[in-house]
Design a protein around this ligand. Structure first.
Ligand SMILES: Nc1ncnc2c1ncn2[C@@H]1O[C@H](COP(=O)(O)OP(=O)(O)OP(=O)(O)O)[C@@H](O)[C@H]1O
Ligand SMILES: [Mg+2]
Length: 329
């Protein structure tokens, strides 16, 4: 029988149901997140993947209600820890959760770190925002977390300004700041894209280690599928503001079922067998103000036929715990 995933995956830390986040640009309505439902288990790393513009960041920012005008969360439920609907909280209640139970790190550490305060100042400030503790204890906790994220010479780093650190060190400092409150969920939006390949691997390994150490869940957003294979247990593929496939990570890499996921995997160097040319997906992601009729992927899909132009596919469980939005599956 075909079942929606949220009926089959129980025991959720975060459960998003029918989320719609739109941007209102004059006459145009950009449906950046167009009826998205997914969940994250405790202690699980979930990867959200897809090409640029498919709505990954908008979905992530919606979780913490960080969408500002002209954007708006139009509909949906975001349940955290079973009973808290994040979309119904008032600002004060939400602040208690943001940066405390749920933290977020971004691609560009410098866009989050304040250039006018030292790293130590910023991390201790994050501690004081969420709990009452002595200055001495906050200092000790900050030194500890700097050590945990692999920064050497913690006393010096404590008194250093963000611009005095390398990109990799800045990213570690930002991870330290996000983890100081021991969040249950860390949202990492393209956390390694701005770094070189060796540092990328270090930061990913660090995230994996920290996930175990802190028993937290991670929502890892990336357009780099080679990253996903190394760290995630569950994979969600987005296209045109919708989920088109989701399943266990091993399953997705072994046998992707949506033609879009297949094409994405074929365009990643490490997944391409032999020495032939890498494949590219023809065309580009659709403008969320005017999605194609039928299946949103049909203009770029090599399997598409007449029916795909007309009928909009639903997201169905075509194999156990493997959901796909495609009329051909
Ligand atoms: N502040 C905004 N104002 C208007 N449109 C926006 C805004 N933020 C996002 N969008 C639009 O919403 C759609 C989804 O964007 P989003 O940033 O969520 O994509 P993404 O998957 O995170 O892409 P990337 O991989 O490039 O980060 C895009 O069409 C984008 O242009
Ligand atoms: Mg993004």
């Amino acid at each position: 029988m075909w079942l929606a995933k949220y009926e089959t995956r129980m025991d959720n830390l975060l459960d998003i149901q029918n989320l719609r986040t739109y941007f209102y640009l004059g006459e145009q309505v950009l449906k950046a997140v167009d009826n998205v439902s997914f969940s994250i288990h405790p202690k699980e790393i979930v990867a959200l993947v897809g090409e640029s513009g498919c709505g990954k960041s908008t979905a992530a920012l919606s979780i913490l209600r960080l969408i500002s005008s002209p954007g708006k969360i139009v509909k949906g439920k975001i349940n955290f820890n079973d009973d808290i609907d994040l979309l119904k909280l008032d600002v004060k209640q939400l602040r208690k959760i943001r940066g405390n139970n749920i933290s977020m790190i971004f691609q560009e550490p410098l866009s989050c770190l304040n250039p006018t305060f030292t790293i130590g100042n910023q991390i201790t400030e994050a501690i004081f925002t969420h709990k009452s503790t002595s200055k001495d204890q906050a200092y000790k906790d900050t030194i500890d977390i700097l050590k945990t994220v692999g920064l050497q010479d913690q006393q010096r780093i404590f008194n250093t300004y963000p611009h005095q650190l390398s990109g990799g060190m800045q990213q570690r400092a930002m991870i330290a700041m996000a983890l100081i409150t021991k969040p249950q969920l860390l949202i990492a939006d393209e956390p390694t894209t701005a770094l070189d390949v060796t540092i990328q691997a270090q930061i990913l390994n660090l995230l994996k280690t920290l996930q175990k150490k802190f028993n937290m869940s991670i929502l890892l957003i990336t357009h780099d599928l080679s990253i996903v294979a190394q760290v995630a247990q569950w994979v969600i593929v987005m296209y045109g503001g919708e989920i088109v496939e989701e399943a266990d990570a091993k399953q997705v890499f072994k046998k992707p079922l949506h033609p879009y996921t297949e094409a994405l995997l074929k365009s990643v160097p490490s997944f391409k067998k032999g020495k032939g040319k890498l494949e590219v997906i023809p065309g580009s992601v659709p403008n969320p103000a005017e999605f194609p009729t039928g299946c949103k992927f049909h203009p770029r899909c090599r399997e598409a036929d007449k029916i795909c132009k007309k009928v909009k596919p639903g997201l169905f469980e075509v194999k156990k715990q493997h959901l796909v939005r495609c009329l051909k599956r």
